[in-house]
Design a protein around this ligand. Structure first.
Ligand SMILES: Cc1cc2nc3c(=O)[nH]c(=O)nc-3n(C[C@H](O)[C@H](O)[C@H](O)COP(=O)(O)O)c2cc1C
Length: 469
């Protein structure tokens, strides 16, 4: 088992240091065009499983740019001080509500080393990238957007794509169903502008909490503290004095979203591999930018999954659904979101006691918004291995009895298969029950783990070749 790395991770620079130590980061000092070249390079580096890239000499920006920083389960396991095989369990443990803790105000806030207000604000000084040539313009893709819900005072944070409009405006892609969108529209209902802070970099655990969805009206800052194991150090805004964010953030945009202020947004090459249509989105007016000396900006590529976004979101879905099913009394062995499905396909192995276990799996997995197709198996199957999934579908599954269709189930808004029903996006969902019926013939056999380990040891010693493609 991987030993905890023992490094105190408080900001992106600590994370860069740890990645360097692991020889999982390459610094690129030749000039690179961040507008057009970064997207394809980031995509190819991810596909080839290359190290994190740190571009330190961008053509049009003083800041440097880090891409693919959390784009593999190996990196997420490193962040959580565990090994890949224990990643989900570790995340479940760390995100447990009993560990949540409120942040502390930092004595020093490096994110305020440089300050620019009003006329001096220009967001285009930071790496703005057209990630896919079909995108409607340059985007920031790793901004963490924080807004306080004026009704209950709880602040929300989420990662949202941000389209650069001009020197001091960007659009925020969200909708009324999301925590962020809900809060913005609440201000608008009152005829008030919504104060917003966008941060880049900073405490890596804040990023995980921003992507997780602990529930409506929960402040992910406390969750971030839980995942980290102690309170986050935060600063409050220069203009948005009521909003806190990691004091070690690299770059901070502060401003407001004025009531009913919309601008064109998109098209954008989405994480499901489809180009979103052009629409409109709320516009943020940036009134202040603060940043560290030599800021390290962050970005990520979206396109046909898997991409960095789905790598992180898949972990969140696995952890959330595992917790929900265990709570409902189902004895879950493993949950695996199939990479490349964009969070839409889950394979779940359970120790099934009766048919009500299956009904609960159907009910709770179908309630997870992105999940559309579920394969349910017995616990002897390693559902993370594609061949094992095919094996049970071929030998434990009767299409006449084992397909469960759920029509008109709620869909995510960017799903190309979604259809409107009563003003809501819906899709047909499906569960394939490949748990073994009692009447099936033959006895599945497995080889004891110790024998497999001995065989591996033998091969490593006497046949020391890298696996052939
Ligand atoms: C890189 C990245 C980009 C994302 N972009 C968006 C986005 O543009 N709009 C959106 O609604 N969710 C986006 N998400 C997902 C949200 O950040 C995530 O679902 C979050 O938990 C939503 O939180 P909320 O429901 O509290 O607002 C993105 C996630 C990642 C990792």
């Amino acid at each position: 088992m991987r030993k905890p790395h023992g490094v105190d991770l408080n900001d992106l620079r600590d994370w860069i240091g740890l990645l360097k130590q692991e020889e999982d980061l390459v610094e690129i000092d030749i000039p690179v065009d961040e507008v057009h070249a970064i997207g394809p390079i980031t995509r190819s580096a991810f596909k080839r499983n290359l190290p994190v890239l740190h571009f330190r000499n961008l053509l049009h920006s003083e800041a440097s740019l880090l891409v693919n920083a959390f784009a593999s389960r190996r990196r997420l396991a490193l962040l959580l001080g565990t090994e890949e095989g224990h990643l989900v369990q570790e995340y479940i443990k760390r995100s447990d509500r009993n560990r949540w803790c409120l942040p502390q105000v930092a004595e020093k806030a490096p994110c305020k080393e440089k300050k620019n207000f009003h006329e001096a604000v220009d967001i285009r000084r930071f790496p703005q990238t057209v990630w896919n040539p079909c995108d409607g313009g340059p985007y920031f893709t790793m901004g963490m957007v924080r807004v306080r819900n004026p009704e209950n005072g709880t602040a929300n944070v989420s990662v949202n794509r941000l389209q650069v409009k001009d020197r001091n405006h960007l659009t925020i892609f969200t909708n009324k169903e999301r925590g962020l969108g809900r809060a913005i529209w609440k201000y608008w209902e009152r005829g008030e502008p919504a104060p917003v802070v966008v941060t880049f970099g900073g405490d890596p655990f804040y990023l995980l909490a921003a992507i997780d969805t602990p529930g409506p009206d929960e402040d992910e800052m406390a969750l971030a503290g839980g995942i980290k194991g102690h309170p986050l150090e935060v600063a409050y805004g220069e203009i948005c004095r009521d909003l806190d964010f990691p004091a070690g953030a690299e770059v901070v945009f502060e401003g407001v979203v004025h009531p009913e202020s919309y601008a064109d947004e998109g098209p954008f090459g989405e994480v499901n591999g489809y180009l979103s249509e052009q629409g409109v989105a709320p516009v943020m007016e940036i009134q202040a930018i603060t940043h560290r000396e030599d800021p390290v900006f962050s970005g990520t590529y979206a396109g046909i999954p898997p991409v960095e976004t789905t790598v992180i979101q898949d972990l969140m879905i696995e952890a959330t659904l595992t917790k929900t099913l265990l709570k409902s009394g189902v004895d879950v062995a493993q949950i695996h979101i199939v990479p490349g499905s964009g969070g839409h396909q889950a394979a779940i192995s359970i120790r099934k006691r009766n048919e009500s276990d299956l009904r609960r799996v159907i009910r709770f997995s179908m309630a997870v918004l992105p999940i559309k197709q579920v394969l349910v198996t017995d616990a002897d199957v390693d559902v993370s291995i594609p061949e094992q999934r095919q094996w049970v579908l071929s030998t434990r599954f009767d299409p006449a009895k084992d397909i469960h269709l759920i029509p008109h189930a709620p869909a995510i808004n960017i799903d190309p298969m979604a259809q409107e029903l009563d003003g809501k996006k819906t899709v047909t969902k499906m569960v394939l029950d490949a748990t073994r019926p009692e009447w099936a013939k033959g006895n599945p056999f497995i080889i004891a783990k110790s024998l497999v380990e001995q065989a591996e040891e033998f091969l490593n010693k006497y046949v020391p070749f890298a696996p052939r493609d």
